[in-house]
Design a protein around this ligand. Sequence first.
Ligand SMILES: [Zn+2]
Length: 263
Amino acid sequence: MPELPEVETIRRQLEPWIIGQTVVGATSHPSHKFTPAVEICGATFVSANRRGKFLLFGLDDSRELVVHLGMTGQLLPHAARDDKYLRASWDLASGDHLGFRDVRRFGRIRVAEDGVYEGALATLGPEPFDPAFSPQSLWMAVKKSNRHIKTQLLSQRVVAGVGNIYADEACFLAGVHPGARKLTKAKAERLHDAIVTVLRQGVDNGGTTLRDYVAADGEAGNNQFHLVCYGRYGEPCVACGDELRRTTLDARTTTFCATCQTR
Ligand SMILES: [Zn+2]
């Protein structure tokens, strides 16, 4: 599933291309997830922003096109129109078009009034690169809950944009057991710094491609070559050499080092 670094890579690529483009036509597969995606005909894109894993394309009529890529969603300029996985597409006055391709159909498209959100987007925690996300904010948020640390990170309420890959990486880097339920202040600081570090590295590497993710230019990311924990169970820990273990935490497969990561 695309997480913050993958979504941010797509945003950065689309921004210079999409701003100034006017929608002259649109089609989408009938789906309750897409209503009313086709209702932006006549509007011009004026911005390309991101909140957590959501893409927010500002329009010149005080509305936003909100896209969540789900598990396998891809936003592709010039997507092949006969692709059977193309779920929506927007024709642009320039003659270009933007396609939304989604094999597993967990993606969501909405149109919102500027800044007026509902559902998960309305309850997102702070952006990881924003000063609002701090060791103190992380410590306070975790203190209020008794759920596993990893589950809290995945909730999007403690910090926006972290999914399974970057949660495993951040917990490993911080030496925090993903199944811990409390954090000391010192560990909250380490985990905060680790979250920022792994997400920034993910963005710098153009995202992580395991199966489906490609950026808007159709290219895979490079961060999968830099992962030190996620998915590497059975391999030696890069820090201590012990074998990385796999467990299931709240239904999510989790890799960790039982020696380096403590509760
Ligand atoms: Zn270790």
